[in-house]
Design a protein around this ligand. Structure first.
Ligand SMILES: Cc1ncc(C[n+]2csc(CCOP(=O)(O)OP(=O)(O)O)c2C)c(N)n1
Ligand SMILES: [Mg+2]
Length: 401
């Protein structure tokens, strides 16, 4: 994969610097994008749908969405709308005190649904804590995502039921898990692939650097899908890297590509390409989905303290859902009935989520000691006994608890 100049963020290495990597393809995208108010021009990215919903040709990546039907497009739209609705409901539930915390995906729906729908059932996903859209694509019931945020369980789903690993809060560590899993796939002789999600901030973690090294050297079938949402809590991407993030792959010897993270079609196409490379034994790929976290980092964060309204407003104009809607309407791929029915479905999902959260049983206090080791462990047994004694110390004078 070769891309355009790196000028924007690398003044000392700027003019004429070709950010080529070791990949076999070249992008033909030419659009230079501004990231928002006050930021300079960015390198080209792969885009198939403009913010106005216009389909633009791309010689390398059109082929990966050549067979997409109007029904498929409506499906992608439905996925994004329902994911956003679920996410909004979760944010509201946190505000009502039903959840301890929520990490919203607002603005990142296209990156997640596009990449999520590129996967096969036998592929394996290693998410962060914000991949609610990918979970949706994997068939994880959205209500299961909420248990950990309510504090009533330690995960919420069986990773092997949907090949969707548990959410990982330790920034970047899942890229190593993904790499190890991918190396295992190769040893098994299977043609499945692995995808690891992480953020722009995570790209600075040692774990991610190690995952890049191991996956490259062992040619592991893994796609590193970095959602560059411009912020790591209050730290801007400029504080993470002197070069655009996708160019990091070059130093490790595998291709990197920047895709318009708010364009669901482009995310689908680029991820399919990267997965195909993995299946064909061509090793890892870094996809940088250039997007924006339209909400707060989590419900504990107040982004007005570190970023401008102008920046948010500039990104709202590139809203991933709005752009696909514009495309569907312009192409006559969806009528009013479709949008009305989806609104009804969204309402029903919101209601189901609210009811499910409120009905979640209180946790079993001893569940935390389960699943630490496959066959139990003396130290865990000791800690369990200590905890039991501590719990018993709360018995009231009548001997009740
Ligand atoms: C190893 C580690 N260090 C620090 C933190 C605290 N922390 C939680 S989220 C976050 C920022 C992550 O930013 P990014 O990777 O861009 O992902 P985003 O939240 O934007 O999706 C940090 C520093 C953590 N969870 N783990
Ligand atoms: Mg980020």
């Amino acid at each position: 994969m070769t891309v355009e100049s790196t000028a924007a963020r690398t003044p000392r290495r700027s003019a004429g610097n070709k950010a080529g990597t070791t990949g076999t393809k070249r992008t033909t995208s030419t659009t230079k994008k501004a990231t928002g108010a006050g930021k300079s021009a960015e390198p080209a990215l792969v885009q198939l749908l403009t913010p106005e919903g216009k389909r633009v040709k791309n010689a390398e990546f059109d082929t990966y969405v050549a067979d997409i039907t109007a029904e498929d497009l409506r499906g992608l739209y439905r996925d994004m709308v329902l994911t956003r609705r679920f996410d909004a409901e979760a944010t509201a539930l946190q505000r009502q005190g039903e959840l301890g915390l929520w990490a919203s995906l607002l603005g990142q729906e296209a990156a997640q649904i596009g990449s999520g729908r590129a996967l096969r059932d036998d592929d394996y996903v290693f998410p962060t804590y914000r991949e609610h859209g990918v979970a949706w694509c994997r068939g994880v019931d959205p209500t299961n995502l909420l248990g950990m945020f309510r504090g009533v369980n330690n995960g919420g789903w069986d990773p092997n039921s949907n090949n969707f690993h548990l959410y990982t809060i330790v920034i970047g560590s899942q890229t190593l898990h993904a790499t190890g899993y991918a190396m295992g796939i190769t040893k098994d002789g299977a043609d499945s692939a692995v995808i690891a999600y992480f953020g722009d901030g995570a790209s600075s973690q040692g774990d991610v650097a190690e995952a890049f090294t191991f996956s490259a050297v062992y040619n592991a079938p893994v796609v590193f899908f970095c959602q560059n949402n411009q912020w790591a809590i209050s730290e801007p991407t400029e504080k993470q890297s002197r070069v655009p993030l996708y160019q990091r792959a070059q130093g490790y010897g595998f291709p990197g590509v920047r895709v318009d993270g708010n364009d669901v079609l482009a995310n689908l196409a680029v991820t399919k390409w990267a997965l195909e490379r993995a299946r064909a034994g061509e090793g890892p790929t870094l996809v940088e989905a250039f997007t924006y976290r339209m909400g707060a980092h989590t419900t504990s964060d107040d982004p007005t303290r570190y970023r401008t309204d102008d920046e948010r407003i500039a990104w709202e104009a590139k809203d991933p859902i709005l752009r696909l809607r514009r495309h569907l309407e312009a192409a006559n791929h969806a009528d009013e009935g479709f949008f009305a029915e989806l609104e009804t479905e969204s309402e029903a999902l919101g209601k189901r989520v609210r009811e499910a959260v409120r009905a979640m049983p209180d946790p079993d206090h001893f569940a935390i000691f389960e699943n630490v080791y496959a066959d139990g462990h003396a130290l865990v047994d000791e800690e369990r006994a200590q905890f039991a004694a501590y719990q018993a110390s709360f018995a009231d004078e009548d001997g009740g608890k």
